[in-house]
Design a protein around this ligand. Structure first.
Ligand code: PMP
Length: 448
C-alpha cells in the first residue's frame, strides 16, 4: 500500500503559517508534500504523524549512537534534571565528564563544554586565534563546520569551466558578510602540497587549520591517513594549530574518535553528536597550554546553558556505555553487514558502486571509486542516488534524500532492521533502474 502523508502534509500547512518553510532548520524541509513530522522514535525506528514506520539511517545527522530514547541515557538525563537546569555556576559532574573525555581522547588534555557543534567549533577557532595571536584559518572544500559566518563558505565548482582554474569561494547563502571571506584560506581536501604552499607563504597570518577527518556532510569522503599525518606535520612545522572537528566522527568511529584511527593528536578538537545520544552538549578539548588561555584577560568562553545538568548527565552515561561496552564494535559490524547486503543486491544487477567513510557513517556512491574530494564529488553523477533515495524513504528506509549525507548506524539496528532494509533496497534499486531507463528512452524536448 502506498505511504500516506496526509497528516504530515496537513501539519505542514499549519506549521507554514508560523515557521519559515514549516520547520526549524532549512534542511528539514523536503518539499511541500514530502516534509515529514516525527511522532516518536524508538531504537533504530521512527514513526511519522501518519504512523508510517521507518528504519532510521539519519539518526538526527548522527547523534543517536545508541538508538532513540535509550532507557539508560534517558534515565540518567532525568536524574541530571533533578539537580536543576542552570545555575551560572558549575556542578561536580563537569569535571567527571571532562575526565572521561580526556581518558578517551588523548588530545583533550583539558575540556570546555558548549551546547552544539557550531558553538564548539566557534569556541575552538576563537581559542586558536587567541593562543596564536593571528586571525586567519584554513578550511577544506566540502567541509561542514556548522552555521556561523567564518565557516559558511563553499567552492563554486559548478561554474568552473576550466577545471585547472581555482573555483570561486561563495557564501552558503545570504547574510554571510563578504568581509568574513578575507580571513579564510579555502583549500582542496586530501592535498597536502596545496596546504604546504599556503602555510609556507602565509603561516604568520594563520592561527589554525580546521579539518574534518571524514567529510561528514559530503558523502563521508575520508581524509587519507597520509593527509591527516601531513596536516599534523605541517601544522607543527609552521606553528599553526591543528583543529580536528570531530563533531560527527567523535565517539562514533572509535572510542578515541577519528584521531585514534589515524594515530594523530590534534592541538584542539571538537566533539558533539554521539557524546550524549542526542542531548544538546558539545565539547572542546585540547592541549593544556592552549586551553588554559580560557581565562579572564585571555580567551572568553562561556554561555548561559553550557554544561546544563540534563545534557551533561546524558553525556556521562553515553560516554560510559561507549567506553565500557562493545557498542561501537556492534555499530561498525552492522554497518559492514549492511554494506555487504547492499553490495550483493547491486552486484546482482551490475550496478557500479562503492562506499566511503566508516561503516558507522558511510557514503554510498554509484561509481567504481569514491571521490577523493569535493570537486570530484560535485562533478559526479548522483542521479542514481537521488532517485533511489525517494523509493527507499517511500518504502520505510529513512536515508537522507541528499546524497551528501552519509548513512548513520546506531547500536539499536538489529536483524529485523537489516532484513527490512535489504528488502526495500532491492525493490528500490529495480525501480530506480526502470525510472532511469525510461528517462533515457524519453525523446529529448518532450516536456517542452
Ligand atoms: N561540525 C561538523 C563536522 C558537523 O558535522 C556539524 C553538524 N553537522 C557541525 C560542526 C555543527 O554542529 P551543530 O549542527 O550541532 O551546530
Amino acid at each position: 500500500m502506498p505511504r500516506s502523508l496526509a497528516k504530515s502534509n496537513a501539519h505542514f500547512r499549519r506549521a507554514l503559517a508560523r515557521l519559515p518553510l514549516g520547520v526549524s532548520s532549512n534542511f528539514r524541509y523536503w518539499g511541500d508534500d514530502k516534509t515529514l513530522y516525527v511522532k516518536r522514535g524508538r531504537g533504530a525506528r521512527v514513526w511519522d504523524l501518519d504512523e508510517n514506520e521507518y528504519v532510521d539511517y539519519r539518526l538526527g545527522y548522527g547523534p543517536v549512537i545508541l538508538g532513540h530514547c535509550h532507557p539508560e541515557v534517558d534515565a540518567a538525563a532525568r536524574e541530571g534534571q533533578e539537580v536543576g537546569t542552570v545555575f551560572a555556576l558549575s556542578t561536580e559532574r563537569e569535571a567527571v565528564v571532562a575526565e572521561l573525555i580526556a581518558e578517551m581522547v588523548p588530545a583533550a588534555e583539558l575540556v570546555r563544554f558548549s551546547n552544539s557543534g557550531t558553538e564548539a567549533v566557534m569556541a575552538a577557532l576563537r581559542i586558536a586565534r587567541g593562543a596564536q595571536g593571528r586571525d586567519g584559518y584554513v578550511i577544506f572544500e566540502g567541509s561542514y563546520h556548522g552555521l556561523f559566518d567564518a565557516v559558511m563558505w563553499q567552492a563554486d565548482v559548478e561554474s568552473l569551466v576550466d577545471p585547472s582554474l581555482e573555483p570561486e569561494v561563495l557564501p552558503y547563502g545570504l547574510g554571510v558578510p563578504a568581509l568574513a571571506r578575507q580571513l579564510l584560506w579555502h583549500l582542496p581536501y586530501n592535498d597536502a602540497a596545496r596546504l604546504e604552499d599556503v602555510l609556507k607563504r602565509d603561516h604568520d597570518k594563520i592561527a589554525a587549520v580546521l579539518i574534518e577527518p571524514i567529510l561528514g556532510s559530503c558523502c563521508g569522503i575520508p581524509a587519507s591517513s597520509e593527509f591527516m599525518h601531513a596536516v599534523r606535520e605541517l601544522c607543527t612545522r609552521y606553528d599553526v594549530l591543528m583543529v580536528v572537528d570531530e563533531v560527527k566522527t567523535g565517539f562514533r568511529v572509535a572510542r578515541g574518535c577519528a584521531q585514534q584511527l589515524h594515530g594523530v593528536k590534534a592541538d584542539l578538537c571538537t566533539m558533539a553528536k554521539a557524546m550524549a545520544n542526542g542531548y544538546p552538549i558539545s565539547a572542546i578539548g585540547g592541549r593544556e597550554d592552549v586551553m588554559r588561555r580560557c581565562r579572564s584577560g585571555g580567551v572568553t568562553h562561556g554561555g548561559t546553558y553550557t554544561a546544563g545538568g540534563m545534557a551533561l548527565a546524558a553525556a556521562e552515561r553515553t560516554l560510559r556505555i561507549l567506553r565500557d561496552t562493545e557498542a561501537l564494535a556492534r555499530v561498525a559490524a552492522y554497518g559492514r553487514r549492511l554494506q555487504e547486503g547492499l553490495t550483493r543486491i547491486l552486484n546482482a544487477r551490475s550496478v557500479p558502486h562503492c562506499y566511503a567513510g566508516h561503516p558507522s557513517m558511510s557514503g554510498l556512491f554509484f561509481r567504481e571509486e569514491p571521490p577523493r574530494n569535493y570537486r570530484d564529488w560535485k562533478r559526479s553523477d548522483y542521479s542514481f542516488y537521488d532517485t533511489l533515495a525517494q523509493f527507499l524513504i517511500e518504502g520505510g528506509i529513512l536515508c537522507e534524500p541528499d546524497s551528501r549525507e552519509p548513512w548513520f548506524v546506531c547500536e539499536a539496528h538489529d536483524e529485523a532492521c537489516l532484513t527490512k532494509t535489504l528488502e526495500v533496497f532491492e525493490m528500490g534499486v529495480d525501480r530506480t533502474l526502470e525510472t532511469l531507463r525510461a528517462a533515457r528512452a524519453e525523446p529529448a524536448g518532450k516536456e517542452a
